[in-house]
Design a protein around this ligand. Structure first.
Ligand code: CO8
Length: 378
């Protein structure tokens, strides 16, 4: 489904908050391997008798080759590399304190507001869209709205890898319908608590970050660097190949609320093979709806899950020998930051485009879901 723009909805500013803590592949692998070796020694009789599988070792070389990830930023490093813990250790905050997720949302939001030249008084809607919210209610968006002193309304939405683009779609709809005149859309991706650091297939994939975008009507925009949104396009198709069963019903089913299936898990190879052609087809269709050819696009700000996957998507759209400048990569430093990846790529790699240049922001992944925005530099 494509939603085409009436004249004048623009992205007028973006912002990013990056954690100060870094974990390299080497650090992560050293910790995991020490954990696995201890596990195997502790369970030697069960492994020998075939009752239990040996934990295989991880490899930094494999990680970089299979994913393109070299390191990741994490909100809290303490605990992740501790083989007696294997998860971050967040300090519990009191109800009267700002929550962890609202804090990083506000940090990115302030930067986007400054880039767009907006104050709280200019904004009348806040959307917090991400893979997880740290609680069900009150909405993180309302906490952020309160912290920033914004009137109007706020709401949270979850859409895994496509939360950022789908959040921008909702921002766009609010502006088109007139239910808001300036929207702050934020993606505080605090994902490390859901990573299974005891699983070599997935322990390397994710990092934390927070991104934000200001979207408004062109007639209120004062930013020198802005992009008209020509249209939005969304698509979903059900799949359990990327899944987390974490949720409030665990208490009622007596399931272990921290069991492996309550953490992120996936059939990574299947995802790679199934989602790449879906994403490529989606991008082609979205561009065709504007009579645009892939060659007309100056920049593809793609979801950042896997470097080889992005190369595969672009190969299906543009063929071989595509200039790296056309598809900026940030996952080598940030890893997969759930929905925020395409927004980080946009934020760090859009200022050099010239007036009239076309770009596309596109996410793809869990759901399955694909979300895109075709934009034109003003
Ligand atoms: N070290 C060494 N070997 C390893 C490791 C490791 N760390 N991990 C796996 N291997 C082994 C495998 O066990 C396998 O061994 P064998 O052949 O003996 O079975 C071998 O290496 C090859 O494994 P794969 O075929 O799985 O390797 P791939 O080349 O497919 O690479 C990837 C694995 C990197 C996972 C790849 O498949 C991939 O990235 N696929 C795409 C996945 C994707 O895009 N997922 C979307 C992520 S979800 C999202 O973006 C948002 C979700 C919500 C956020 C959740 C936050 C927690």
């Amino acid at each position: 489904m494509t939603t085409t723009s009436p004249p004048g909805i623009v992205i007028s500013g973006s912002g990013i908050w990056t954690p100060s803590n870094v974990i390299t592949n080497e650090e992560l692998v050293d910790s995991y391997n020490a954990y696995a070796q201890k596990f195997n020694a502790d369970h030697a009789p069960e492994i020998e008798s075939g009752k239990m599988d040996e934990k295989p070792l991880s490899s930094a070389r494999f990680i970089e080759k299979a994913s393109g990830v070299k390191s990741r930023y994490v909100y809290i490093k303490e605990g992740i590399l501790d083989i007696a813990r294997m998860r971050p250790k967040f300090p519990e905050r009191k109800e009267e304190e700002l929550s962890h997720q609202a804090e990083i949302a506000v940090a990115a939001a302030r930067k986007a507001m400054a880039a767009a030249g907006k104050t709280a008084a200019d904004i009348d809607a806040v959307i917090v869209s991400c893979a997880y919210t740290q609680r069900a209610y009150p909405a993180i968006a309302i906490e952020v709205q309160n912290e920033l002193g914004i009137d109007g309304f706020g709401f949270d939405m979850l859409m895994a890898c496509s939360a950022a683009t789908f959040g921008l779609h909702r921002a766009y709809d609010c502006l088109v319908s007139g239910s808001a005149k300036c929207v702050l859309a934020i993606n505080p991706e605090l994902v490390t608590p859901q990573v299974n650091y005891c699983d070599r297939d997935t322990h390397f994939i994710f990092g934390d970050v927070s991104t934000a975008i200001i979207m408004e009507r062109a007639d209120t925009c004062t930013s020198e660097n802005c992009y008209e949104v020509l249209s939005t396009k969304a698509m979903t198709r059900f799949s359990s190949n990327i899944r987390s069963n974490f949720g409030h019903t665990s208490r009622a089913t007596d399931a272990d609320p921290y069991g492996w299936d309550k953490l992120f898990h996936q059939a990574g190879r299947k995802v790679f093979e199934e989602v790449s052609p879906i994403a490529a087809g989606h991008i082609n269709d979205h561009l065709a709806s504007h009579d645009l050819m892939p060659g007309d696009v100056k920049r593809f700000w793609l979801h950042q899950a896997n470097l080889n996957m992005n190369r595969m998507v672009i190969k299906q759209i543009l063929g071989d020998n595509v200039c790296a400048d056309k598809i900026p990569t940030i996952l080598d430093r940030y890893a997969n930051t759930a929905s925020a990846g395409s927004i980080i790529a946009f934020h760090l790699h859009n200022e050099d485009l010239q007036k009239g240049d076309i770009g596309i922001i596109c996410s793809f992944g869990a759901g399955y879901s694909v979300g895109s925005l075709v934009v034109r530099k003003q």
